[in-house]
Design a protein around this ligand. Structure first.
Ligand SMILES: *Cc1c(COP(=O)(O)O)cnc(C)c1O
Length: 531
């Protein structure tokens, strides 16, 4: 029987639980969670949640685009629709349920104060097409947020409108391309990125029309300076480097990387997704960075991973500031206003806009609330605690799992390889699936690509020592079970068959990624025809 940490048996069923699947249920439901069909399969054509007045005659200004078949929306009553989505949400993991250790993703707690601020009518009940004189408070908040982002990064300009980290990368590279073209350097068509780069880096560069060349990595997980130098030249437009990098390590030579890059006439794009590890301690502007996106949904605690839209403002150096996208804010005697068009107010060759309006207002409010509630010293402590928590995990697991870079401390995430699983028959994937059965969401797997069978754990600063200890104990128990398999003892099924206790068992993730089935086709269309 298992006891909790105060010696109380909280799981009387534990003795009987041998880890097997137990009996199958008759309905596919499981412990108050019903099996859930697709919303279209729940559909009943003659049911509706709201009564709408009959539609008037169709307007004919749609140039032949008028729909002539029924739209085919599923018919559900309001409680059925509510239950459908609540049931689906119960099958998902969420940061409000437990630690969410996805490395590189910075799944930190979303403070409730942020939510309260974002729901203030002055922020939530406004529209981007309202006259600017009626939304001065919202514009002022954007201006204050921009001020904090510039101050924290030591950069002179910021484009707020990109809507995700990857969108920010696109914005930064488009500014870099515009700057090169304005200087008659349009022939620079190569972007350099380390082998450990996040997939969005080469994808963004390719999307902008650049050829991507990899920079090698040293044995201690950093950019290989000699290799970088050999690949720089008159053909290089920019380098894209993440710092701290995706191995969870600070690029110690970052100032030299910037110097070499600038000497070759190229720009330094920094992937700022890991800013959480250094906010308040290091200003990227001091390191020679020309452009960097900031994931408000990572460092500044706005929801993501199904919880809300991202926001990826990009800070720009003096050299790139004139190439920022529209819109941006200006302030004069009449208050705040937004510059909407290239050519106004000193924009050189602005490439246009990154989004239809000004970006994610709700996320600006949340991020700014987070900044004000922490203050400058609090934000510095965010970085320090994030790094402390990751090092605690690394220290407490290094005797049972193998850190990819054992020497020295890590930054905000602890990276392990799969060397410690050798001879057990268990893979990184099996281990991750077994974690689900134990109630823990897996860490990031098989990324970065440079580390074999990588397991990247990012606890963030919002986890307490107690939460970290529970997570660590679960991983230690599982690691022990895996080690037992070496001698041929123990149950392989615990890993190979996992997950047993999740709503769905092991899925063919490759097939799902390669051949996603994104469309639902009705089995029988008779009810629609009768309409
Ligand atoms: C999250 C992340 C990105 C992409 O950010 P999105 O907001 O998901 O588009 C890019 N690089 C790194 C290192 C990341 O962790």
């Amino acid at each position: 029987m298992s006891m909790n940490n105060v010696g109380r048996p909280t799981r009387p069923e534990a003795a009987a639980n041998d880890g097997s699947t137990g009996h199958e249920t008759l309905t596919g439901g499981r412990g108050l969670l019903q099996d859930e069909a697709l919303i279209f399969e729940l559909d009943c054509w003659n049911k509706t949640g709201v009564d709408l007045p009959p539609a008037g005659p169709p307007s004919d200004d749609l140039a032949g685009l008028l729909r002539d078949a029924p739209i085919g929306l599923p018919g559900l009553s309001e409680p059925e629709a509510v239950r459908h989505y609540v049931r689906l949400s119960q099958k998902n993991h969420a940061i409000d349920l437990a630690l969410y250790p996805l490395g590189s993703c910075t799944m930190k707690h979303n403070p409730r104060l942020n939510e309260k601020m974002a729901r203030l009518p002055g922020f939530s009940d406004i529209h981007p097409l309202q006259p600017q004189s009626t939304v001065q408070g919202a514009l002022q908040l954007m201006d204050r947020l921009a001020h904090w982002l510039k101050t924290l990064t030591g950069m002179p300009a910021v484009a707020l409108s990109p809507k995700a980290g990857a969108h920010g990368e696109l914005c930064g590279l488009l500014a870099i391309r515009a700057a090169h073209e304005a200087a008659g350097n349009g022939h620079r068509k190569t972007v350099l990125a380390p082998t450990s780069a996040h997939g969005t880096n080469p994808a963004t560069a390719a999307f902008v029309g650049y050829t991507v060349v990899e920079i090698a990595q040293t044995d201690d997980g950093r950019v290989d300076l000699a290799d970088l130098e050999s690949k720089l030249g008159d053909h290089v437009a920019a380098i894209m480097v993440t710092n701290p990098n995706t191995c969870g390590l600070f690029e110690r030579d970052v100032v030299e990387i910037a110097r070499l890059t600038h000497a070759a006439g190229a720009y330094f794009y920094c992937d700022g997704a890991n800013f959480n590890a250094i906010v308040g301690r290091v200003r990227p502007g001091d390191l020679g960075v020309d452009a960097m996106h900031i994931n408000l949904h990572k460092t500044f605690s706005t929801p993501h991973g199904g919880g809300g839209p991202g926001a990826g403002p990009v800070v720009l150096s003096q050299a790139l500031a004139p190439f920022a996208p529209t819109p941006w804010l200006v302030h004069d005697d009449d208050g705040f206003s937004m510059v909407e068009h290239a050519g106004e107010e000193g924009a050189k060759t602005a490439f246009g806009r990154m989004s239809a309006f000004h970006g994610q207002m709700g996320m600006y409010v949340r991020a700014y609330a987070y900044m004000l509630s922490h203050g400058a010293d609090g934000l510095r402590q965010v970085a320090e605690d994030a790094v402390l928590n990751a090092n605690y995990i690394k220290a407490r697991l290094k005797d049972v799992m193998s850190p990819a870079f054992p020497d020295g401390p890590c930054m905000h995430e602890a990276l392990f390889d799969d060397a410690w699983l050798e001879g057990t028959g268990v893979t990184t994937l099996d281990f991750a699936k077994a974690m689900i059965d134990e109630g823990f969401h897996p860490m990031t797997m098989y990324f970065p690509l440079v580390v074999h069978g990588a397991m990247l754990i990012e606890p963030t600063e919002t986890e307490s020592k107690q939460e970290l200890d529970r997570f660590i104990e679960a991983l230690r128990a599982l690691a022990g079970a895996a080690q037992n398999l070496k001698g041929g003892a123990g149950e392989t099924e615990r890993f190979k068959g996992a997950p047993f206790h999740a709503p769905l068992r092991r899925l063919d993730e490759t097939l799902a990624a390669r051949k996603p089935r994104l469309r639902w086709k009705p089995v029988a269309t008779a009810p629609l025809a009768a309409e």
